[in-house]
Design a binder for this molecule. Structure first.
Ligand SMILES: [Zn+2]
Length: 292
């Protein structure tokens, strides 16, 4: 209850802060240089922004937040968010180096959100679809009970409205602070996607950097089509842990999107600038199949 009061109390404050921060960021960033984390080239922020945060020198796909991702995929002003006010509880009263409640409060202050997922409905070149997008900035995009519930509700809306589902993952995996409640979301989301499949509706899974743990071990790899962004790191455990466990060097490019494509784990690697067109073409193909 204390957590609920907290969320209600600062919701308005956060909205104001978010708007002010966005405004000042826009003004600041336009005149700023940024450095590509991959090739170290210095570039104008605006230039990189215009290229959807893809480096023009080396094609490195930088991480982007949920809002930018939605702008990239959805038709202008077509996105309608659902379940925005769902917020996590802390049934285990979990404490590690700090309490879960404290971590949630910090994540809320940082992102203005109560969960690592933004879920809603949008149109992609005129085709209506349920779109679920992870935001890595909120507790590493971790999957907790709220995130699982939002995915299930998106699937239910899709079945009700005869639409497809797209999930854009960017996650370190299950949220350890929710323990079994978090792990249960793997089965819960998988069951919802099975219902979607039974209704003959498509699920397109987009894996972005990074997609790991309980997310890749459940819904992210259940797509009718599984696509990834170039260079995205995708796996279950991290390379360092695997290397230590098996005591051997790992092949070059291990866990990168292109490596997974070469080894048949995913269907396609799609550059950010052709993501929307590819999604539109796939949805059109699925719906045509359905009509036939
Ligand atoms: Zn670069």
């Amino acid at each position: 209850m204390a957590l609920k009061n907290f969320f209600n109390k600062i919701k308005d404050e956060i909205t104001q802060k978010e708007k002010a921060a966005e405004q000042s960021q826009k003004i600041e960033q336009k005149s700023h240089w940024i450095k590509c984390p991959e090739c170290n080239s210095m570039m104008f922020f605006q230039e990189v922004e215009n290229l959807h945060h893809v480096c023009p020198k080396c094609n490195f796909h930088m991480r982007i937040g949920a809002a930018k991702r939605i702008d990239l995929i959805a038709d202008e002003d077509s996105f309608e968010e659902f379940d925005k006010d769902l917020h996590p509880t802390d049934p285990l009263e979990f404490v590690d180096s700090k309490s879960y409640q404290k971590r949630l409060e910090e994540a809320l202050h940082k992102t203005g959100k109560t969960s690592s997922i933004v879920a809603g409905e949008c149109k992609i070149d005129g085709i209506a679809v349920q779109l679920v997008v992870f935001d890595f900035a909120f507790m590493g995009g971790s999957l907790g009970s709220v995130e699982g519930e939002k995915i299930v509700r998106a699937c239910n809306r899709a079945i009700e409205k005869n639409q497809g589902v797209i999930i854009v993952s960017a996650s370190g995996g299950a949220r350890m602070q929710e323990s079994t409640f978090s792990l249960m979301q793997m089965a819960k989301t998988s069951a919802a996607l099975k219902k979607l499949s039974n209704a003959n509706l498509p699920f397109i899974s987009i894996l972005t950097d990074p997609t790991f743990g309980g997310v890749s071990a459940s819904f992210a790899f259940l797509g009718d089509i599984i696509m990834a962004e170039p260079g995205a790191l995708i796996g279950f455990a991290g390379a360092r842990v695997i290397k230590q466990t098996i005591g051997a060097d790992l092949p070059e490019g291990f866990q990168k999107a292109e490596f997974l494509l070469d080894h048949g784990s995913i269907d396609m690697v799609v550059p950010r600038n052709s993501m929307k067109q590819t999604l539109h073409d796939l949805l059109k193909m699925f719906y045509k199949d359905q009509a036939a």
